[in-house]
Design a protein around this ligand. Structure first.
Ligand SMILES: [Zn+2]
Length: 341
């Protein structure tokens, strides 16, 4: 290590489980962060300051004024300029630590570009806001033998779990063990506290620090949850499911694209998302959406609402039509934000 690095990272090097050897490994390590919203911003900030050698940031969105309450890498100028989050994050992170290789990529992670965007890194980090992308990360991780760290925050609570292929349970093991078939609340409908983001990003990036500094032996292997409002937390051992379709049977449906909602153009200025496998509670969805969006109407067959310049119509079978765009990524993003996945 250069003397300048010994000085820069001195307080972390003094922490015995890291030491000079751990810092050297960290500086030579690489990670790819998918999604740079609230969690992604906070984790990227912590890891770049810690000295991760190379960080790629993949994000499909632009900075908006409502992001600034919790997305710590962005400021009013980024929102005014509608800068892509990947680009704004890259600039901010390089100003924080110019010795790190930071690469912002403006893209929507899909089965088609996953190999291109995720290959060649030591670790994948979840900063996404939807299960469609998380399942894709899980499939890629297990099939390529690369660890990833799941994390999610909504309202005042969040959770995180490090997935190390062949060593720990995977996301599919975890979800199979619970009965989450109903609608997930999303940050766009029930809000989110920036303090909850801070806690979960810290727990997530601490596991990342262990993996990238060569101390995977120190991973606790548990699903951690924390609620900053009630003060409740949990630490749960997640057991591998011997029948898990992903890590036991090695069926990678999301990576192969067969599990992705089918998106088609419909009409001149609309995109249709066909989602199978679920029945929506339209009245409940209408109630949850009312404070977050405008012009909510619902009847027995559909819920319609506006997020200018878009209008979204959701049907009871989960299908949605997004008016005002021909871009599948925009439609999928709106679906993930307001309806959940
Ligand atoms: Zn599994």
């Amino acid at each position: 290590m250069q003397p300048v690095d010994i000085e820069k990272y001195s307080r972390q090097v003094l922490f015995a489980p890291i030491g000079e050897e751990g810092q050297r490994r960290l500086l030579a390590s690489s990670a790819v962060l998918v999604g740079c919203g609230a969690l992604g911003s906070a984790s990227a900030n912590l890891l770049v300051r810690a000295g991760v050698g190379r960080l790629r940031i993949v994000d499909r969105d632009f900075v908006e004024p409502s992001n600034l309450q919790r997305q710590l890498l962005f400021d009013e100028a980024d929102a005014r300029d509608s800068l892509p989050k990947a680009i704004a994050a890259e600039r901010k992170l390089l100003a924080i630590n110019s010795a790190i290789r930071v690469e912002g990529v403006v893209a929507d992670l899909t089965p088609r570009n996953a190999a291109n965007l995720l290959s060649g890194f030591d670790l994948l980090l979840d900063g996404t806001d939807n299960f469609e992308t998380r399942h894709l990360l899980n499939d890629f991780s297990v099939s390529h033998g690369v660890p990833w760290i799941y994390a999610a925050v909504v309202a005042s609570y969040g959770l995180t779990l490090a997935v190390v292929p062949t060593m720990t349970a995977c996301l599919a093991c975890l979800l199979e063990s619970r009965t989450v078939q109903d609608l997930e609340p999303t940050c766009d409908t029930v809000g989110v506290l920036n303090q909850a983001v801070g806690v979960i990003a810290s727990l997530q990036s601490a596991e990342a620090l262990k993996i990238l500094s060569g101390r995977a032996d120190a991973l606790h292997g548990r699903l951690l949850t924390f609620d900053v409002w009630t003060g409740r937390s949990q630490s749960v051992a997640v057991v591998r499911n011997p029948q898990c379709p992903v890590c036991a049977q090695r069926i990678f449906a999301h990576l192969e694209g067969s599990a992705q909602p089918h998106v088609t153009m419909c009409g001149r200025d609309s995109v249709q998302i066909h989602e199978h496998a679920r029945q929506l509670d339209l009245a409940g969805l209408g109630r949850r959406l009312a404070p977050a969006v405008s012009a909510v109407q619902h009847n027995d067959f559909l819920v319609r609402f506006a997020v200018p310049p878009y209008e979204v119509t959701v049907f009871a079978d989960g299908r949605a039509i997004v008016k005002g765009t021909r871009d599948a990524a925009v439609a999928r993003s709106l679906y993930a934000r307001f309806i959940g996945t």
